[in-house]
Design a protein around this ligand. Structure first.
Ligand code: FES
Length: 225
């Protein structure tokens, strides 16, 4: 436990666990020396003009945003450059920085390999992130997928565009969707009780409970491997 100074309720003090906010050397390094970042708006505008694909996403969990640009070698289908900008936290900066390195190292990932990249792989290369910051690594990963989709669109590869389905309403009374379940899992709720505590799913509409449990397992596997 770390020492909490000042007037703090003992219950609060007891909950402050230093380990839960531990940042690894890799996270610190990429936060202080981010790789492949576009620092100014001018740099971003100029790079956008010569890039092959651009993707922008916002995080439902915290409201931060991420933008990624890629350059692709069409003959080999490999990503040759990956640049980015964010209005996100230290974890988002570190995870996107290392992801941009992973995508271009050893001659670059193929588009198929890049699409198979999971936030879990990024977190592993960072030697871990605090559990409550895991959703920050998803931001870069989702922006990369959006940039690849944009590349498919711009290069006329319409058959490769990934069409995301609309939200599925799982709890018919409270109108809770699969996206709400996804967000809860990303925020650290990893079993039905924890997800229900966050979202109130299944409190009134008990028929949705099996589907919610299925979705929790699906998102846990998708993001945490
Ligand atoms: Fe928003 Fe990390 S990206 S808290």
């Amino acid at each position: 436990m770390i020492e909490v100074k000042g007037t703090v309720h003992p219950d609060v003090k007891a909950k402050v666990d230093a380990k839960s906010w531990f940042y690894t050397d890799e996270v610190r390094d990429h936060f202080f020396n981010p790789k492949n970042i576009l620092k100014t708006q001018k740099e971003a505008t100029e790079y956008e003009a010569i890039s092959d694909g651009v993707g922008e996403v916002g995080s439902p969990a915290c409201g931060d945003m991420m933008k990624i640009w890629i350059k692709v070698d069409s003959d080999s289908d490999k990503i040759k450059e990956c640049k980015w900008q964010t209005f996100g936290c230290a974890s988002a900066i570190a995870s996107t920085s290392i992801m941009s390195e992973m995508v271009i190292e050893n001659g670059g990932m193929t588009i198929t390999q890049a699409l198979a990249l999971k936030p879990h792989d990024i977190v592993e290369r960072l030697h871990g992130l605090p559990a409550r910051k895991f959703h920050c690594s998803v931001l870069g990963d989702k922006a990369l997928s959006a940039a690849i989709n944009n590349y498919f669109f711009k290069s006329g590869q319409k058959d490769r565009i990934i069409v995301s389905k609309g939200a599925e309403i799982v709890d018919k009374i409270l109108k809770i969707t699969d996206k709400d379940i996804e967000e809860a899992v990303l925020e650290g709720a990893h079993d039905f009780e924890a997800v229900q505590k966050k979202t109130k799913v299944g409190v009134q509409d008990k028929t949705c409970i099996p589907r919610v449990k299925e979705l929790i397992e699906f998102y846990k596997d998708k993001y945490y491997g």
